[in-house]
Design a protein around this ligand. Structure first.
Ligand SMILES: NC(=O)C1=CN([C@@H]2O[C@H](COP(=O)(O)OP(=O)(O)OC[C@H]3O[C@@H](n4cnc5c(N)ncnc54)[C@H](O)[C@@H]3O)[C@@H](O)[C@H]2O)[C@@H](O)CC1
Ligand SMILES: [K+]
Length: 508
């Protein structure tokens, strides 16, 4: 699913109004009807106090329409207009008149702190103050109202965006932002719903298709894309009946050190579970028996050294080399990595200590084969590219790094972001249970196996990250977040693949 910017959405609005020959008021009615239907489906007529806070722009207009429809359906609704300015939008005004016909009273105006209504814990609050039109922080008494709503601990549903969130920047610490439990957003999820600094304001997300011009949406390019089941399914390449293990590539996993052989064992297990045709593991001598016993499907070659990697001697011409898991950063290992980089020409997968070694020896970056994939977590990324001010600057810095070095970066997080210098893909699977030792090692194996099965690097990263998260989700659904250990992710890769083609309630 594409993620459109606020200006692209405004353009889509205008084109829709023109091409479908409707008024903007009709478009608002259509959008807000969807919000109403969703609320009605969930509340089923429940008589809890509904309090709607409307701004004076089109987000407020949506709130008025929703209020009118809820009243018509017998809900107990109180509509407030947060009257921070008298410059009301046209569609707001049209709906301001219409709601009076249903409620017989004008909505209550809030103009100062003394006008704030009481909000109780059991209330259902609808935030329709600001949407994508917010262009400066919420200030003064309106900011206090935001605090008042947040402090009430009532359930808060935001229309389009929680008020106070910008579509293209991070609010400052002191800025007022609605803490929503649920956000019903129009046509496209907004980027800020997925950034670490802003994702907590949004709560659960649902995207409502408000029927904006199909051609415009299909033809307009976006740098940002969300990878869900439909996209993952499109990336997936079915196996041919007439194939053999050579078709799925030979993966060489290189890593491990004394006390950290488990990491490379996890990586290689994951690679085999993801479909790598053959796997060879290169480890220090101390890893030999562990790997042979723990994973009889893999072949093992050892370093001359017992505890760490010192020279990666092998004639194997692997389809993909995966380096770093548990490798440590001793001088000898750095040297061994350098030699490995020199002789590797195909895109590699570099993780963990591999990334840390690159951060400490930036000259090695020029040896990394084009289109290789790096899978840092935020701390590792910071060591590699330096500090950023906020998530927007971080994204710019990563894209610049990817372009300059011709690399792909998989930035691991609650939402994992995949960068290739021009595109950014945001993953939708995964859960807090996966914040556990070794889940990154498993991810490395999964993506390496995708490369070895001849997926193009960006696609390999996207599909790998998606399936890895899905495997974790499927396990957690039955066993809890807490009980999930990273080996379970590898074990459940098969279910993640099968799930790609499972229909849920007739849709994906
Ligand atoms: N295609 C779509 O996405 C549709 C969008 N609609 C709604 O329209 C919204 C956008 O409406 P608007 O452009 O009127 O903008 P908003 O309703 O988000 O904001 C209202 C106005 O407040 C002013 N403002 C901005 N920041 C302020 C601040 N800190 N303090 C005081 N005033 C401030 C701006 O002039 C802005 O136009 C969307 O979020 C959505 O809810 C729907 O009605 C119809 C379809
Ligand atoms: K809002």
């Amino acid at each position: 699913m594409k993620i459109f910017s606020a200006s692209q959405l405004k353009q889509a609005d205008e084109i829709t109004i023109k091409n479908q020959n409707i008024t903007s008021e009709e478009l608002m009615e259509r959008a807000a009807t969807q919000v109403f239907e969703e609320i009605h489906r969930r509340l089923q007529g429940a008589q809890l106090p509904v309090k709607i806070f409307c701004g004076i722009g089109n987000n407020g207009g949506d709130g008025l329409v929703v209020g009118r429809m809820l009243l018509e359906h017998g809900y107990q609704v109180k509509v407030f207009v947060v009257n921070y300015s008298d410059k009301r939008s046209q569609d707001f005004l049209a709906n301001y008149d219409k709601i009076k016909e249903v409620s017989n009273n004008w909505p209550e105006l809030i103009k100062k702190e003394e006008d704030f209504p009481e909000i109780n814990r059991g209330d259902f609050v609808i935030d329709a103050m600001f949407g994508i039109g917010l262009n400066r922080p919420i200030e003064g008494w309106v900011g206090k109202l935001v605090e008042h709503i947040n402090n009430s601990r009532a359930f808060v549903l935001a229309i389009d965006m929680p008020s106070g969130l910008f579509s293209d920047k991070i609010p400052a610490k002191e800025d007022a932002v609605i803490n929503a439990n649920f956000t019903l957003t129009f046509q496209t999820p907004k980027l800020v719903f997925f950034l670490p600094q802003t994702m907590d304001y949004v709560g659960d997300i649902q995207v409502l298709d408000i029927g904006l011009d199909r051609d415009f949406l299909a033809e307009t390019d976006t740098a940002l894309e969300l990878t869900g089941k439909a996209e993952a399914r499109e990336l997936y390449k079915p196996r041919k009946k007439n194939s053999h293990k050579g078709n799925y590539g030979h993966t060489l996993t290189v890593g491990g050190s004394y006390g950290k052989i488990g990491s490379i064992l996890l990586t290689t297990t994951a690679a085999l579970r993801t479909g790598a045709g053959l796997c060879t593991v290169f480890v220090p001598k101390c890893g030999y028996e562990i790997i042979q016993t723990g994973l009889p499907e893999a072949m093992v070659i050892t370093d001359e050294n017992f505890e760490m990697l010192t020279a990666i001697k092998t004639d194997l011409d692997a389809d993909v080399v995966c380096f770093g898991m548990g490798a440590g950063r001793s001088e000898e290992t750095v040297g061994a990595f350098k030699e490995l980089l020199k002789k590797t020409k195909k895109p590699m997968l570099i993780d963990a200590d591999g990334i840390n070694i690159l951060s400490e020896n930036k000259d090695l970056l020029q040896l990394v084969p084009e289109n290789s994939i790096l899978t840092p977590h935020p701390k590792e990324l910071q060591r590699l590219i330096g500090k950023w001010q906020d998530d927007f600057e971080k994204m710019e810095m990563v894209q610049r790094f990817c372009l300059e070095k011709k690399l792909i970066v998989v930035l691991k997080g609650a939402y994992t972001f995949i960068f290739d210098g021009t595109k950014i893909s945001i993953n939708t699977t995964g859960n807090p249970g996966m914040a556990t030792a070794g889940s990154g090692d498993v991810l490395s194996g999964v993506i390496a196996a995708m490369l070895s099965q001849k997926y193009k690097p960006f696609a390999a990263a996207r599909l790998g990250v998606y399936l890895h998260g899905k495997a974790g989700d499927l396990y957690a659904e039955e066993n809890s977040y807490e009980a999930l250990i990273s080996g379970d992710i590898a074990e459940n890769m098969g279910r993640a693949y099968l799930d790609l083609f499972k229909e849920e309630n007739g849709k994906d």
